[in-house]
Design a protein around this ligand. Structure first.
Ligand code: FAD
Length: 315
């Protein structure tokens, strides 16, 4: 079997769900080898083994975390030279895509970004033109480097006991040009990350500025909260939660749009969601054209009733 490199996404050893998804995809293509950058690899091992990593390559050189992306791309180039992978999978975050682009140049390889699916080949699927087209593509030169969007696969467990191999990398001075002087995590909301969440409940202008029912329903489902641009521009919800063309692109298992009309720019960010539910008091609202389930009604009545029912069924 060929080796497939997976760059691990983690926060201090806590492996993110995107990595479980990448490992699941990697198993369709060959033997997944996880590349872990930074401290805490021992904490990450159980999660990496749970999703089938056959080996973990640990890169602990301090420059890798002291500088912005360039050293990470150099390090991956050196790992690739040793492992000779058939494919390299990286998460489609802003950082992931920059690492992937730099790596593609270094390896003289083809790069595909924002895949929503990857099958044997590897053949990728991308959703383009505001989700109106689905494109299948294949890298034809070098080692395929593919960045994969969150929720592109459902993580499937495959218990392994990966060994850890420490790998020394040498980072050039030209890669050490942008030093991180400070970093602090965003204040936790207790809800899942918007781009990784399996369920999202979004509110729009129809909330009238009261996101209470949206948040309560989201919490009953363990979901993230999103917002339309109209709601964000009105100052009702922070910009970091905007879904759409000029906000985040999301693809959860379930997307609930409450008081959102369904403008093309909003759809662009959410129409690849697996199941879409809308609550809108206007039965002619365009959002109803793309939903799996639609509720015509006032969200201030529908959401609290739904929240109560979910809470009742959970207890
Ligand atoms: C270049 C560009 C980029 C853009 N990028 C984005 C983007 O990233 N994301 C985005 O969302 N938009 C974006 N927009 C804006 C987009 O065109 C729409 O204006 C916006 O999505 C509308 O938000 P909305 O659906 O919340 O509001 P509206 O279009 O005003 O719709 C509100 C809906 O709520 C319903 N409603 C009202 N009261 C209730 C109630 N009590 N209960 C239930 N339903 C109710 C109404 O029937 C209506 O359908 C962009 C626009 C441009 C030009």
């Amino acid at each position: 079997m060929s080796n497939v490199l997976v760059l691990v996404d983690h926060t201090g050893g806590k492996v993110r769900k995107t990595t479980a998804e990448l490992l699941t995809i990697a198993r369709r293509l060959g033997d997944p080898i996880a590349v872990y950058i930074g401290d805490g690899v021992q904490d990450a091992l159980p999660a990496l083994g749970q999703y089938g990593a056959t080996k973990v390559i640990a890169l602990t050189s301090p420059e890798l975390t002291q500088y912005l992306v360039a050293p990470k791309a150099e390090a991956l180039q050196q790992v690739a030279a040793k492992v000779e992978p058939s494919t390299i999978l990286i998460s489609s975050s802003a950082e992931g895509k920059e690492i992937a682009a730099r790596l593609a140049v270094k390896l003289d390889s083809g790069l595909i970004t924002d895949a929503v699916d990857v099958q044997a080949g590897p053949v990728t699927t991308q959703s383009v033109f505001a989700g109106n087209y689905s494109v299948q593509a294949k890298v034809t030169h070098g080692t395929p480097i593919i960045t994969v969007k969150p929720n592109a696969a459902t993580p499937e467990a495959a218990q392994t006991s990966p060994e850890v191999e420490e790998f020394d990398v040498s980072i050039s001075d030209t890669a050490k040009t942008a030093k991180i002087v400070e970093s602090k995590p965003r204040e936790a909301t207790g809800r899942p990350e918007l781009t990784e969440a399996a369920i999202i409940v979004s509110g729009g202008r129809g909330t009238g500025g009261d996101f209470g029912p949206v948040e309560a329903f989201a919490d009953s489902l363990g979901a993230a909260v999103g917002a339309s641009r109209a709601a964000v521009d009105s100052g009702w919800y922070p910009h970091a939660y905007q879904v759409g063309q000029t906000g985040k692109t999301v693809s959860p298992q379930l997307y609930v749009a409450a008081g959102i009309s369904g403008a093309i720019q909003h759809r662009a960010g959410m129409q690849t969601s697996k199941t879409i539910v809308a609550i809108n008091k206007d039965e002619e609202a365009p959002i109803f054209e793309l939903v799996d389930f639609g509720v015509v009604g006032d969200l201030h009545k529908v959401l609290p009733a739904a929240t109560e029912e979910v809470t009742k069924r959970k207890s």
